[in-house]
Design a protein around this ligand. Sequence first.
Ligand SMILES: Nc1ncnc2c1ncn2[C@@H]1O[C@H](COP(=O)(O)OP(=O)(O)OP(=O)(O)O)[C@@H](O)[C@H]1O
Ligand SMILES: [Mg+2]
Length: 434
Amino acid sequence: MTSFLLGLAIGLALLAAGMLVQAAAFRKLRSYLRDAMDAIVEGRYDVRMYDYRNRPSEVVLFRQFNRMAERIEETLADMSQERDILRHILQNMTTGVIYLRSDGQVQMVNHAAERLFRRPSEQWQDRDHWMVFRNYNLGSAIDHALLFGAPWSGELVIREGVTLTVRLVPISADPRLRAKADGAHDVLMLVNDVSEWRRLERMRSEFVANVSHELKTPIAAIRGFAETLLDGGVDEEAQQKFLQTIYDESMRMGNLVSDLLELSKLEATDSRVDPVAVDLYEVLERAVDRIGPTASERGIRIVIPPRDPVQVWAEPDMLLQVFLNLLANAIHYSPPQSTIRVTWDVLVDRIKVHVQDNGIGIPQESLDRVFERFYRVHKDRSRASGGTGLGLAIVKHIISSLGGEVGVESEEGKGSDFWFTLSRLDRPVSARSR
Ligand SMILES: Nc1ncnc2c1ncn2[C@@H]1O[C@H](COP(=O)(O)OP(=O)(O)OP(=O)(O)O)[C@@H](O)[C@H]1O
Ligand SMILES: [Mg+2]
């Protein structure tokens, strides 16, 4: 009996001891698990649980935990990769993108928007849209979009010469946040710069207006004189004069039309210019041969450098046109018996050609404008010769499509120095041609 009781007591003691050990092990497991969970909560998704006692029940649990942690890690990596891609796209777009939260504050802007509004991102983040844009029409459109989800698009002139198109796209805000926010929608704002388009449109309509104006004057003159002649009763001498005027005016219209054709041809072939090695001296000689008689009529001398072949990268006919236009101007805007000099400076990889005259010169305030289409400083003088104000515009167009620059220095009453640059080639033409 005693031995039975003793046996029972020992058995119970062993059981109790076993339970105590088990409870201690369980506590340990629980705290291990809690630590691992805490790590996940804190965002350390690389945490893993390791089995150190080889208990099958624990092994299964740890494996499950590790699988879960792995999945979270993978999903987050995928999401962050997608987010990076989207961020790159957003930051490298030419369209300005601004995301406004439903409370009207800026949540995000991309580089294009920073550039368009000339405002660094620090000056947008978490600021109210009224503080950022300070534009009544835009501000009220944004408020409308935030509150009622109304889309909007319009144009905005933010600075002199800068026109933007703005599109507001309302986005239904997260219902959980909606209760807290003032507005019901987030708003995506898309901004594009259309200044260049507007400028081109304006230029085109100005161009058409200029051409019509230029044509109106000679047409009116021709019509007027023709009517007088048709009415009859005009003496021989007057008749001759009227006919001469009709002839001159029609020449002027002819010049205008051919200059316009030249310009539009240049514009159409702009990207297809095919420069080759050209002997600058030879082209100049051709120009002087062609224009020499006009100069001699007025006793004007054209002095060119001694023969010395210089190779430039150009299109021979275009280069000839440049010389003809510059020489024609120099002759036209110089007094009789004066001298025109063509010279060039050889620079490292370019050549700078000057056409200088001792003529009437150009006032300082017009220097920037003489290369514009239809701009004439000496309106009467230019008109009398049938000038249309397109010659220098053509010169500028040709030189820039050959990759060079043009310019002018001038002093009123003393003369002008028109110059242009072209790429220079070291080797003679024959050595380069295949
Ligand atoms: N060498 C020069 N000296 C003084 N003024 C000049 C000279 N060259 C050009 N100009 C001024 O610049 C203006 C523009 O020149 P441009 O050659 O473009 O037109 P244009 O000579 O009037 O007409 P065209 O189209 O027949 O050449 C001229 O009207 C003239 O007032
Ligand atoms: Mg001219």
